[in-house]
Design a protein around this ligand. Structure first.
Ligand SMILES: NC(=O)c1ccc[n+]([C@@H]2O[C@H](COP(=O)([O-])OP(=O)(O)OC[C@H]3O[C@@H](n4cnc5c(N)ncnc54)[C@H](O)[C@@H]3O)[C@@H](O)[C@H]2O)c1
Length: 291
């Protein structure tokens, strides 16, 4: 299957390379000419162990290419992934969806056959419906579906996370889109990795809820660490004793600096805003943000 990947940042590049390694024909698009020039020279703009070798292998096999030209990338593609940034919007903590919506509009204007527009960027609940509206308005005659396919990879372990995921989440509304997504992830279906198929809203919510839960876990053990210092307990021993309980698990249970990175701070803020907007504030997440 031919796949177009819009946005060749961390998520877009890793996903594009891995999909090509599944055997698909993948064209990665970016607006940044320096990034595309680097990639065409075989250089990887991010640090990710093993990515250069896997990229070279698939370019060599003729399955993977890079371009600035979205129209040529979409030509003949069945699935078009949006993997652009969704940073915190200045001033209000919401996710900035301007890159996602701009990409959706460009895709719509360039497409002239059935496609599934798949949002891989982390986006608030309701975004896929807005993508649907934007695409329909920009190209009223186009036959298309939307799908939500949030990404859970960790920087530094991204290839393994993509190739051997704990789960893949796919939000769809039609059988036709479900079939396209199933074909894309067939190598993982065949190896029995769990594929969780949901409606659009649940898929969008799973990503935010998962990140907020992990951030909460980190914040929780740090608060326990502060209490341990006061009462003379050893937080490493406490964390080990807690984490061996299968219901709790030992991951993300190490006291240290608070949570950080490119996703947790912005995603917890965005989830808190969604809660407030719907008059259902998630108090634990709001507390975690303030800590
Ligand atoms: N980085 C991670 O570890 C990670 C993990 C899971 C999910 N995510 C989510 O994935 C999304 C992408 O994150 P990232 O870290 O890869 O972002 P990034 O900023 O590294 O890359 C985004 C890329 O998209 C390009 N772009 C923007 N608009 C474009 C357009 N219209 N056409 C073509 N290219 C365009 C930019 O030039 C940039 O290269 C975000 O929503 C993020 O929250 C990130």
């Amino acid at each position: 299957m031919k796949i177009a990947m819009i946005g060749t940042g961390y998520v877009g590049l890793v996903s594009g390379v891995c999909f090509s390694d599944f055997g698909h024909e993948v064209v990665c698009v970016d607006k940044d000419p320096r990034k595309i020039e680097m990639l065409e020279r075989g250089e990887v703009p991010i640090y990710e162990p093993g990515l250069d070798t896997l990229m070279a292998k698939n370019v060599e096999a003729g399955r993977l290419s890079f371009t600035l030209d979205l129209k040529s990338a979409i030509d003949g593609a069945e699935a078009v992934f949006i993997a652009v940034g969704t940073p915190t919007r200045r001033g209000d903590g919401h996710a900035d969806l301007s890159y996602v919506m701009a990409a959706a509009e460009e895709i719509a204007k360039a497409a002239d056959h059935y496609i599934v527009v798949v949002t891989k960027s982390t986006v608030p609940v309701g975004t896929n419906r807005k993508v649907q509206e934007v695409v329909a308005a920009a190209n009223p005659g186009l036959e298309f579906d939307v799908a939500s396919n949030p990404e859970f990879l960790r920087e530094g372990a991204a290839i393994d996370d993509f190739m051997k995921p704990d789960r893949v989440v796919v939000g769809v509304e039609t059988e036709r889109a479900a079939k396209v997504m199933e074909d894309i992830y067939r190598p993982l279906y065949l190896r029995d990795f769990p594929i969780v198929t949901t409606d659009l809203e649940s898929a969008e919510m799973i990503k935010y809820a998962a990140n907020a839960f992990l951030a909460t876990k980190i914040t929780f053990i740090n608060e326990i660490a502060a209490l341990c210092e006061k009462v003379g307990a050893n937080v490493k021993q406490v964390s080990k004793g807690m984490g061996l309980d299968g219901r709790i698990g030992n991951k993300f249970l190490h006291a240290g600096p608070g949570y950080g990175g490119s996703c947790f701070p912005k995603d917890t803020k965005a989830l808190a805003r969604i809660g407030q907007e719907h008059a259902a504030p998630i108090s634990i997440v709001e507390t975690v943000i303030k800590v």
